[in-house]
Design a protein around this ligand. Sequence first.
Ligand code: CA
Length: 364
Amino acid sequence: MKKILSIVSIVCASLLLSACGEKNASQSSTTAEPQQNYKWKLVTSWPKNFPGLGVGPEKFAKHVELMSNGRLTIQVYGAGQLVPGFEVFDTVANGTAEMGHSGAYYWKGKIPAASFFAAVPFGMNAQETNAWLHYGGGLELWQKLYKPFGIIPVAGGNSGVQFAGWFNKEINSIADLQGLKMRIGGIGGEVMNRAGAIPVNMPGGEIFSSLQSGALDASEWVGPYNDLAFGFYKAAKYYYSSAWQEPTATLEFLINEKAFNALPNDLQEIVKVAGRAVNDDMLSEYTARNSAALKTLVEKHNVQVRTFPPEVMAKLKATTKEVINEMVATDESVAEVWSSYKAFYDDIRAYHQITVQAYLENRQ
Ligand code: CA
């Protein structure tokens, strides 16, 4: 009897629970706010799904879609699919796309100070640049710089230390740079110009054919992982590892400010955190893949790895100082950004000299 009673009570309890559950479900469906879904476009300066650079924004879109449970979906476009690679900034500024993924030094003509958020010749490496951006006031200055264009920048990946580039002849002296048509942008491009070369700014997707046709004598791009993917070894023989122009290359996510402000708080946070995740992930990917790619270039494709002689490096270093000093003297935003960058760099360089640099030497 006791047993029957307890079974009845369990049945009753479960009936009550399910009735109660139904009531709650119907209540919540009538009182909950309708959830709006958002569909964004993201334009990039890279070929669709290009290793590292192009995969970063694809991962970002996937993170955002999963974390938002499909409430924010982002369609990623390669360079030229919606707009050319160098029109990413304007496309996000005018709202045609809600987001972009690119490198800040591409906007040097429009915003001279932008270069300092991508790469500074002889400047900080990836670890140091990330520290400046996220804990040294750098990101706030970057946001201030893009504010008049209605764009919010977020660090969006990093290649680490790059290679000086591909050359169709050996560089043994400053004289070898004279008249050399080289694809190189940013502050490094202006330095090369003053050292006697002819810098050309062009999106990555056009470099290979220009090297092959002879329209270019030389080109820097990224490093072994990316340069192998583009097949530059078929068009130029000498690969210079002498990093100077890009001791880091910080990429950027560009977010249209109005579109961002229209998002609820949780989706805004998801966009920011996904951007930060990709910024970190990409550096790990390059660090893992570059050395294997260099082995392939050397052992399979007989690429000749070289370094610039000290005379050339000294000239590039002195010229970099000259170029930056002139930029600081002629542009208020550059002066403000450089003051912050340089103060942070001076401190961290001294610290890293007795820690990182000493360790790298000690472990040899
Ligand atoms: Ca580069």
